[in-house]
Design a protein around this ligand. Structure first.
Ligand SMILES: O=C(O)C1=C[C@@H](OP(=O)(O)O)[C@@H](O)[C@H](O)C1
Ligand SMILES: C=C(OP(=O)(O)O)C(=O)O
Length: 416
């Protein structure tokens, strides 16, 4: 199904809308895997409603009955379960996903796991899911060296299983390290679950030990919050929204959104139960330099937003976007061009967004490429002109109530 999104139903409504964001799927999926590794010692509160998390819950709940585990399009579930089954499964299992998942690389993680003794084979194409994983026999090494520039999910997956290995694990991450806050999130949550580790620059050492009993709550999802930062950035001065469940101290690197969108005239204030956003000034129209290395998932929020505010961008750290739910660079190029904006790579690794000719023509149709962030990143542009978003169910991966929340805020959505 598609939605035609119009601007506010009632633009004179000045009341402050309060949005109940989903909880972080990244935190939820880590806690679920750690809980499974600890035989259920972690009391989990406020797990995410995201499909990625709900899928992982179901798979782990039925672990003893299933022999094929389908993660759909959840990258974290694929990578985390590969490591989990490599050390914890009692029977041979198959791990699979969507057609796109079968094109997301996993060789680096499989090689690392094989090097410590895991028995994993490829069902179709070498280097890609689906995988076949046999029960772990014997740890043959306790040292791994792994590139840090492809996906941090491989590293998080290895860190979480490290305490269960008889000889522990020493992981050397070869720089450059992308998505580092996600590695720190893994270590932070492991520490809260009683795991001790030591770190010397890019080498992390974890001895054999047991996850301890603990109770863990999940914060709201900062990546999901980013669409609200974008909406307020594109609203008139004085417009506000309250986002529930976000905290000033977070494991999520995507909380960088509050600083990035500060450049677009959005202020924020933490309160007891969340954060209040307000549009206080126009965007600075000078060239803005941004590095997405720590927060790649914010790119699809920030680029369309900058485009509509006529802010040109010079960017680094976009490399990992090519291997996510879709090739996010091409998807962004295609959809931004519908607004007369150009995304180019004039020098290797340096990206430019030219927003000077931004034009919102009525009736633009946004393709979403089976990627939730394409739908949610472009939806706020409805503040400029009515736009159509294709395949709206795509948001279920991370933010199932996204469209209801837009309506609550005052957008008018018409099914097409
Ligand atoms: O560990 C995680 O929870 C995630 C890590 C990031 O992936 P990469 O490490 O592949 O960049 C991010 O894009 C993804 O949405 C979630
Ligand atoms: C990249 C993402 O997720 P994953 O890699 O876990 O599929 C995302 O949510 O934007």
């Amino acid at each position: 199904m598609n939605y035609f999104i119009k601007q506010y139903k009632n633009s004179t409504n000045n009341g402050i809308c309060s949005i109940n964001l989903p909880s972080s799927k990244s935190e939820s999926n880590r806690l679920l895997v750690m809980n499974a590794l600890s035989d259920g010692k972690i009391d989990l509160n406020n797990l995410s409603s995201a499909r990625d998390t709900q899928t992982l819950i179901k798979l782990l709940e039925n672990e003893n009955e299933l022999n094929t585990f389908d993660v759909l399009d959840a990258g974290t579930a694929m990578r985390f379960l590969t490591a989990y089954f490599a050390v914890a499964t009692k029977n041979e299992v198959a791990l699979t996903g969507t057609e796109r998942m079968k094109k997301r690389p996993i060789r680096i993680l499989v090689n690392a796991l094989r090097s410590i003794g895991a028995e994993i084979s490829y069902n179709n194409e070498e280097g890609f899911p689906p995988l076949k994983i046999k029960p772990f026999q014997k740890q043959i090494s306790s040292k791994i060296s792994i590139p840090g520039n492809i996906s941090s999910q491989y590293i998080s997956a290895l860190l979480m299983i490290a305490p269960s290995l008889p000889h522990g694990l020493e992981i050397k991450i070869e720089p450059p390290v992308f998505s580092k806050p996600y590695i720190n999130m893994t270590l932070g949550l492991m520490e809260l679950s009683g795991i001790q580790y030591s770190q010397n620059k890019n080498t992390i050492s974890i001895q054999y030990q047991k996850y301890q009993e603990s109770s863990q709550g999940v914060e709201s999802d900062w990546s999901a919050s980013s669409y609200w930062f974008s909406i307020i950035a594109q609203s008139e001065i004085g417009k506000k929204v309250f986002l529930e469940g976000l905290k000033s101290k977070s494991f999520q690197g995507d909380n960088d959104i509050k600083e990035i969108v500060g450049n677009f005239g959005v202020s924020y204030k933490f309160e007891k139960t969340g954060i209040l956003l307000e549009k206080i000034s126009s965007a600075k129209n000078s060239l803005l330099k941004l590095d997405f290395k720590k927060c790649p998932d914010l790119a699809q929020t920030v680029l369309p937003c900058a485009a509509s505010l006529n802010v040109d961008l010079e960017m680094t750290g976009l490399e990992s976007l090519r291997i996510k739910e879709t090739d996010r660079i091409s998807a962004l190029q295609n959809e931004l061009s519908k607004f007369n904006c150009k995304l180019t790579e004039p020098e290797k690794g340096i990206w430019k967004l030219d927003s000077s000719n931004f034009k919102a023509k009525e009736g633009i149709i946004i393709e979403t490429y089976e990627d939730h962030r394409m739908a949610m990143g472009f939806a706020p542009l409805a503040l400029k002109t009515g736009i159509q978003i294709k395949d709206i169910e795509v948001v279920n991966k991370s933010y199932p109530s996204f469209w209801e929340d837009l309506e609550l805020f005052g957008f008018e959505l018409v099914e097409q």
